[in-house]
Design a protein around this ligand. Structure first.
Ligand code: NAD
Ligand code: ZN
Ligand code: ZN
Length: 389
């Protein structure tokens, strides 16, 4: 089969690999019909996440048709499913609590040491996202093996096309959980850093959860325009001093909740970011935390900080004093996708959530490399790339 393969920093290619086979009784094999490139994939493309091996197949946002089932799968051949990016057993201590991305069984034991050393505990499993999360081949491929198929994938009714539901695999639940973690109360002002797919779904979710004012921050005019579609006010951080503007827009109080949907590769020429860029180039476990720092400084006293943006390693110049002295609550994490898929599928069916506004480009899998380059280098126009396998 053909699959998008990581060969090193800035080097991904579509190569030929052996077809996957059933390994465990709960597995299925999926023929991928649609798969997307995520901002998280860019961290792999840019070489800032450790633990990849040349030859690894990427991709954690995908859906397709079941073509082979293990004896303990509850799925049937021919069903169309969307697959959560998190690989979760459904039975362990964490899955029982709905903390699916923390599942203790998704990440095989032989892979656990590296993340145990980095984070104190082993990470859960994920598709196509380095050997820190299990080394699973991803779904930017013609076929993929899906473990725990009896608890993860969600069956899609025939009347919903791929583009409408594909983002249930990650970015829609991620934006939703980001807004949930912001613990929005009626009348709240919520500021969102980053108008990529995650930021835009955070904006849409915050509005649905009752935020009175949502302020979206980015420097790409087209992405800011998309945020306006959901009623957000916008700040272009290249034209406006973000902290001053937020204070002005909130009568000197600061936003009640802030969402960092940027993560470890913040843009901009702030002094802290220039230092971070240099450090990240020499040490892969270094994060560029400018958006996170700014969000902490902006948040009102007693406010909430939600961090869906991915961070991988160590961050210095972290305003710990702002967190403590202002009494901020911080919530973060890889998304517990399985917890949200059913509810969000219903909201899509009821027309309450718009998903397709985001897609700027469809490409065949063979042209995935073009998709990676443009999604990273032409962010303003390339808001989301869907690959047809
Ligand atoms: N928690 C999870 O489970 C989860 C899931 C998916 C993605 N993510 C992470 O969410 C983040 C966003 O993902 P995406 O797909 O939207 O990525 P993206 O790269 O498409 O978007 C990031 C956006 O942030 C903007 N940005 C950069 N620096 C900024 C700054 N200083 N201030 C304001 N905006 C700034 C960029 O211009 C860009 O539009 C990434 O870190 C990704 O890894 C997390
Ligand atoms: Zn993703
Ligand atoms: Zn589990």
């Amino acid at each position: 089969m053909r699959a998008l393969t990581w060969h090193g920093k800035n080097d991904v290619r579509v190569d030929t690999h052996p077809d996957p086979t059933i390994v465990n009784p709960r597995d299925v094999i999926l023929k991928v019909t649609s798969t997307a490139i995520c901002g998280s994939d860019l961290h792999l493309f840019d070489g800032v996440i450790p633990g990849l091996i040349p030859g690894d197949i990427l991709g954690h946002e995908f859906m397709g048709e079941v073509v082979e089932t293990g004896p303990k799968s509850t799925l049937k051949k021919g069903q169309r499913v969307v697959v959560p990016f998190t690989i979760s057993c459904g039975h362990c201590f964490f899955c029982q609590k709905g903390q699916f991305s923390a599942c203790d069984n998704g990440n095989p034991v032989e892979n656990q040491e590296a993340s145990e050393k980095l984070y104190g505990h082993a990470m859960g499993g994920a598709f196509g996202y380095s050997h820190l999360t299990g080394g699973y081949p991803g779904g930017q491929a013609e076929y993929v093996r899906v473990p725990y198929s009896d608890v993860g994938p969600i069956v899609i009714p025939d009347h919903l096309d791929d583009d409408t539901v594909l983002f249930l695999s990650d970015i829609l639940p991620t934006g939703w959980m980001a807004a949930e973690n912001a613990m929005i109360e009626p009348g709240d002002t919520v500021a969102v850093w980053g108008c990529g797919p995650v930021g835009l779904f955070s904006v849409q979710s915050a509005v649905l959860m009752g935020a009175e004012t949502v302020i979206a921050i980015d420097h790409h005019p087209h992405r800011l325009e998309l945020a306006k579609k959901f009623g957000a006010k916008t700040i272009n951080f290249e034209e406006t001093h973000v902290l001053e503007a937020l204070m002005e827009m909130t009568a000197g109080i600061g936003p009640d909740a802030v969402i960092d949907a940027v993560g470890m590769e913040a843009h901009g020429f702030a002094v802290d970011n220039i230092i971070d860029v240099v450090k990240q180039n020499i040490a892969p476990a270094a994060d560029r935390g400018h958006a996170f720092r700014e969000a902490l400084l902006a948040c009102r006293k007693g406010g909430r900080v939600s961090v869906p943006g991915v961070y991988g390693g160590m961050l210095d110049k972290f305003p710990l004093g702002a967190m403590m002295e202002k009494g901020l609550t911080i919530k973060s994490g890889q998304t517990h996708v399985q917890k949200y898929t059913k509810q969000l599928l219903e909201m899509i069916e009821e027309g309450k959530i718009d998903t397709t506004f985001l897609i700027s480009h469809h490409l065949p899998l063979e042209e995935a490399v073009t998709g990676y380059k443009n999604f990273r280098d032409n962010q303003n126009e390339w808001t989301k790339v869907v690959l047809r396998a």
